[in-house]
Design a protein around this ligand. Structure first.
Ligand SMILES: [Zn+2]
Length: 50
C-alpha cells in the first residue's frame, strides 16, 4: 500500500487524479475507465491526506 504512479478515471464525472493504492475512490475506478497519468488534473483530496 502507498504511493503509486498517477492514474485517473476517464469517466465524465471524474475530475481528479489519484496516486495512492489506499484511496477508496481510486480503487473504485472501473478497469474500462482507468488510465495512467495525471491528465493535467488536480490531485484527489483523499490521496492528498494518505
Ligand atoms: Zn484518490
Amino acid at each position: 500500500m502507498g504511493k503509486v504512479s498517477p492514474f485517473h478515471s476517464t469517466h465524465p464525472s471524474a475530475s481528479v487524479y489519484h496516486d495512492n493504492s489506499s484511496c477508496t475512490e481510486g480503487n473504485n475506478i472501473e478497469a474500462k475507465y482507468k488510465k495512467s497519468g495525471t491528465d493535467g488534473r488536480p490531485k484527489c483530496d483523499h490521496c492528498k491526506r494518505l
